[in-house]
Ligand binder design. Structure first.
Ligand code: NAD
Length: 406
């Protein structure tokens, strides 16, 4: 994050003192959370919330439950959220939170008590006009429902706009599940237009077949793109005639969420998937999968980053030299936070939008953001990744000038 931030900062004609204003988080909160475990013992967990910026509006960002949660990581992820919201022009700053715990080794009751304890400790941080959490690694709509309930109890009224990613019945939004994959599709089609690639003649490989990857693959297929390869933790699956994505999703859902044994394709390795001869590569699994070891072998003309940070900073140079167009993560996977924003808007006006309205509006936001970043990359002759940071940082810096400081 910092490396790319520095590069973009140098290109922007803004005063050097803006560096710290943009970079230093506004608030870092660490709490100890005593929780009674099922065996009667009490364990104290560490919870973190970092509000990186509130210049554009209330801060927004997920909560992760993971044994590796630490302040440095949460700080970087919070900053990432600031740039992601700014690049798609939604009125939020960035935040992130986490609890150092291993939810896989905890009972449902223990997880619920932990989530409620965290919410109680963060009552003066969270708020529909202050800081709005969402799910992240290790948390889901279930935890968001507990958060909403605990926060609401403390205020003596239902406050569903305090958190997004809630179950539909509690004010969750239609379209949220597919939103990130849909944004990846919109970004891919917009990029294909610039590269003069006809989607009906295009081929793709998608790494990761979870929420983002599978929806992106299905929607790309719907737009005519032939998806030759997909993958998950069990390996990669290739069919030169194209894979029926809906069938693969059905198979995955019937097999504990995994593609292992999917017989309508040949099994290859995840490494081979990345270097397939396709037009479009969508890394949608995890961070640092494209490195200087494999970047040289990538044959795709276009990479659209569904995952956060799938390309290591050192691989950027190789990819740029090869002339591959990269739609960077902070732009490509912003469809999710966009529909989270719609969830918050719907909660605040007390009205439910149709799926059609949500899709139309999120497509327009993604397309406009793509064009802004693409045009900046052309104007400054920089890769889209740096252009995305420039667009985002300029927006926050310009807004700060109007709001002012002390
Ligand atoms: P997920 O857990 O639903 O799916 C992850 C997928 O990646 C699974 O199919 C898993 O088997 C696969 N995978 C894991 N390790 C792999 C490996 N080494 N090689 C190949 N496949 C592997 O997660 P998700 O919600 O789809 O998120 C994927 C990425 O997108 C993450 O980087 C996440 O931070 C990012 N992201 C998600 C959202 C969202 O709305 N879900 C929004 C923005 C960014």
């Amino acid at each position: 994050m910092k490396q790319r931030f520095n590069e973009a900062f140098k290109l922007l004609n803004i005063s050097p003192e803006m560096y710290d204003i943009l970079m230093v988080p506004r608030k870092q909160v660490v709490v100890g959370l005593p929780v009674t475990m099922d065996d009667g013992s009490v364990k104290v967990f560490e919870g973190i919330r970092v509000v990186h910026s509130t210049i554009l509006g209330p801060s927004k960002g997920g909560i992760r439950f993971d044994p590796d949660v630490n302040m440095d990581e949460v700080k970087a992820l919070a900053a990432w959220m600031t740039w992601k919201c700014a690049v798609v022009d939604i009125p939020y700053g960035g935040a992130k939170g986490g609890i150092r715990c291993n939810p896989r080794e905890m009972s449902t009751g223990e997880i619920e008590r932990l989530m409620r304890a965290y919410t109680g400790a963060m009552l003066d941080v969270f708020g529909p006009d202050r800081d709005i959490p969402a799910p992240d690694m290790g948390t889901s709509e279930r935890e968001m429902a507990w958060l909403m309930d605990e926060y609401s109890k403390s205020y003596g009224m239902t406050v569903n706009a305090v958190v997004t990613g809630k179950p539909l019945v509690l004010g969750g939004s239609l379209g949220r599940k597919e939103a990130t994959g849909r944004g990846v599709m919109t970004a891919s089609i917009s990029a294909m237009e610039k590269l003069r690639i006809n989607p009906y003649r295009a081929t793709a490989a998608v790494q990761g077949f979870g929420n983002v990857g599978s929806h992106a693959a299905a929607l790309l297929q719907e737009r005519g793109v032939k998806v030759l390869g997909i993958s998950d933790v069990t390996g990669a699956y290739y069919n030169e005639n194209g894979i029926d994505i809906l069938k693969a999703m059905q198979y995955r859902d019937q097999h504990k969420g995994l593609l292992e044994g999917f017989s309508e394709a040949t099994k290859i390795t995840n490494e081979e998937l990345l270097t397939l001869s396709v037009d479009l590569l969508v890394p949608a699994a995890k961070e640092d999968v494209i490195t200087d070891d494999n970047a040289g072998g990538i044959q795709a003309k276009l990479i659209v980053e569904g995952a956060n940070g799938p390309t290591s900073a050192s691989a950027d140079e190789i990819i740029n030299e090869k002339g591959i167009l990269v739609v960077p993560d902070i732009l490509a996977n912003a469809g999710g936070v966009t529909v989270s924003y719609f969830e918050w808007v719907q909660n605040r006006i007390g009205y439910k939008w149709t799926l059609d309205r949500i899709n139309r509006r999120s497509d327009r936001i993604m397309k406009d953001a793509f064009d802004r970043v693409y045009n900046t990359s052309q104007e400054y002759k920089v890769p889209m990744r740096i252009a995305a940071y420039m667009v985002a940082m300029k927006k926050v810096a310009d807004t700060y000038k109007f709001r002012g400081g002390y």
